[in-house]
Design a protein around this ligand. Structure first.
Ligand code: ADP
Ligand code: ZN
Length: 595
């Protein structure tokens, strides 16, 4: 299909003027009946990549999706754009299911759960229908190396032999080579068009700080960012309850979500969040995969995430619309140990080790003073070309490099004297001169290095050790009992042949961290109009019973507030205004702008 025609379809259905990077290539491949594997970060616009081909190809596209909430969200958004779509899942009444199945050709997209799709009777049914293409969303669920393996996804491997003449495309935000490989193999993709985008999300501002007084840090942060949507992640149900109570008592519009609540409570909480009836959701990581709310502005981790991959996924839920959004993580040693204990209970050794390694790397990352982006992208195998991203705590706050050769020598020789046979925590205890059973048992109080760093806090000692690990003077072994060992380079430091410098952030007392201004330059009168348009959007959404963002995104309302369209023609030129939305919403918004 010629470029011009694709663009005009993009505007008609979605209201967008241009494709994002990669979208057009993927869409062209899909329209050319090719199998596709697209690995793109959250918020990059993957859904549109398969929705547009689904609209433009005769027949119904079958979209496999892991979560009911996700299906509902997508279908409602499509309906709001005038695209006929529906879903089949356990929530749909028997009569409705029958109706849908009898009229499948009325729908351009059908969302189904994998276990439903693979039911023999359903496959037989599909044989009789005109299917355009198969799409596997969240395709990493197929791989046990992903962070969200779902056994039901494994069954999808027979799809190819069952429908050899239909293209299959897979979409995921999980980047690792292993997972990608698994997806192609399991789905038996034929010479697929593969595309992996950059994993940098430059609109996310990343801040990672030691947790001092979690309560004040949380409240200060939320008070500095009032009136926007955010998710507060906590590691356990108890801490979800605790933070939820606190925020409620402070008058925030807050809800909570964890596996201990009933299905109904969870559904209600999620819906309230999508509809902006509550702004802050306190949740375990059970919350989020199905949430495609584009205007989540804050992600706060009160505890460490499970792994690097998990962290990336979780912060990825902020700022899908591309507007500036803030991510704050508060870490403490306690949660590191807690997570590690969780991981060590996993039976499958390979999965266990994988998770432990990822957690350890993540913890080291917390202590790092390098650019967060650079390190994170490096972890995912991508090279970040800039030295300073200007949008993370380490790049925004001043850091000084201190000569830490003496401290490094103390630490390294302590590891050496403990015969490189013990873990991180015991080394820290010895250096700080603690009196513990393990120290007495091993008579470490007699070592010359015992208590050598007692004027430093344990947190500081940990920071130094992780800096040494990052600079390749020491490493932590893999295995059930990770041990702190020296590397070859350590010898040079011990023999005073090499100096060591360690970067330290200077955070002025009372200030947590600098952040980039998140309100982008809208002129004053547009800011007021934007606020009014938001109120109108919420009213209209409540009348229809959908989420406000399904009418227009914040970004589009901002554009509207900036250009102030005076008539329908001008209104149709606003970003996000497609044919359907022009018909339905031009009038109320134009009236609001006029007044
Ligand atoms: P993903 O599935 O990759 O996480 P989504 O499909 O949810 O991302 O898209 C993220 C947001 O970007 C959505 O709100 C979507 O409407 C918007 N979007 C997608 N493509 C475009 C485009 N070409 N122009 C403007 N906005 C877009
Ligand atoms: Zn940076």
């Amino acid at each position: 299909m010629p470029n011009q025609q694709l663009l005009s379809n993009l505007k008609t259905y979605f209201g967008f003027d241009a494709f994002r990077e990669y979208q057009q290539e993927i869409i062209t491949a899909m329209l050319g009946q090719k199998d596709v594997l697209a690995v793109l970060p959250t918020g990059s616009g993957k859904s549109l990549c398969y929705q547009l081909p689904a609209i433009l190809t005769p027949g119904t596209a079958i979209v496999v999706s892991p979560l009911i909430a996700l299906m509902e969200d997508q279908v409602q958004s499509l309906l709001a754009m005038g695209i006929s779509a529906t879903f089949l899942n356990s929530q749909v009444s028997f009569a409705d299911q029958r109706h849908i199945q009898e009229n499948l050709s009325d729908y351009q997209l059908l969302y189904v759960a994998p276990e439903r799709l693979m039911m023999p009777s359903f496959l037989d049914y599909l044989d009789q229908q005109k299917i355009s293409l198969f799409v596997i969303d969240e395709a990493h669920c197929i791989s046990q190396w992903g962070h969200a393996f779902r056994p039901e996804y494994r069954q999808l491997s027979i799809l190819r032999s069952r429908f050899p003449n239909h293209p299959i495309s897979a979409f995921t935000a999980t980047a690792t080579e292993r997972v990608r490989h698994d997806i192609v193999e399991q789905l038996n993709l034929k010479n697929p068009f593969q595309l992996t985008g950059s994993f940098d999300r430059d609109n996310l501002s990343i801040h990672i700080l030691p947790r001092e007084n979690g309560r004040d840090q949380l409240l200060n942060f939320l008070k500095a960012h009032q009136g926007v949507s955010g998710i507060v992640y906590a590691a356990t149900r108890d801490s979800v309850d605790k933070w939820h109570e606190l925020l409620k008592s402070q008058g925030f519009l807050v809800g909570k979500y964890h596996a201990g609540l009933s299905d109904n409570e969870r559904r209600k909480a999620q819906e309230a969040f999508l509809k902006d009836d509550i702004l802050i959701m306190v949740a375990t990581i059970a919350f989020g995969m199905g949430v495609h709310k584009p205007d989540v502005r804050l992600i706060i981790h009160m505890d460490l995430p499970k792994s690097f991959e998990g962290y990336y996924q979780e912060i990825g839920r902020a700022g899908r619309d591309g507007l500036p959004s803030e991510c704050l993580l508060l870490y403490g040693t306690q949660d590191y140990l807690l997570q590690k204990r969780f991981h060590s209970q996993i039976e499958d050794v390979a999965i266990k080790m994988n998770l432990i390694r990822s957690l350890e790397q993540f913890f080291a990352f917390c202590f790092s003073t390098e650019c967060r982006r650079k390190e994170m992208l490096h972890y995912f195998g991508e090279n970040y070309p800039k030295e300073n991203c200007g949008n993370c705590d380490n790049c925004l706050n001043d850091a000084i490099a201190e000569d830490a050769t003496i401290i490094a020598q103390k630490i390294l020789s302590c590891i050496y004297r403990m015969q490189q046979r013990f873990g991180l925590n015991l080394v820290i205890d010895v250096l700080s001169g603690s009196d513990t059973q393990a120290i007495r048992n091993n008579q470490f109080e007699k070592l010359s290095t015992y208590g050598l760093l007692k004027e430093h806090s344990k947190l500081e000692i940990r920071h130094y050790i992780f800096s040494l690990i990052n600079q390749n003077y020491a490493h932590i072994t893999e295995g059930d009992y990770p041990i702190l060992k020296l590397t070859e380079n350590a010898k040079k430091v011990l023999r005073s042949e090499e100096t060591v410098s360690i970067r330290r952030r200077i955070i002025k007392p009372g200030k947590t961290t600098k952040t980039k201004a998140s309100n982008q330059a809208l002129p004053k009168e547009s800011i007021d109009l934007f606020a009014k348009l938001k109120v109108l959007r919420k009213q209209l959404a409540d009348e229809i019973g959908i989420a406000p963002y399904m009418i227009f995104h914040d970004k589009h309302l901002q554009h509207m507030a900036l250009v102030k369209p005076k008539n329908e023609t001008e209104f149709s030129q606003v970003q996000g205004v497609g044919e359907q939305k022009l018909k339905r919403f031009a009038k109320p918004f134009l009236n609001c702008i006029k007044s």
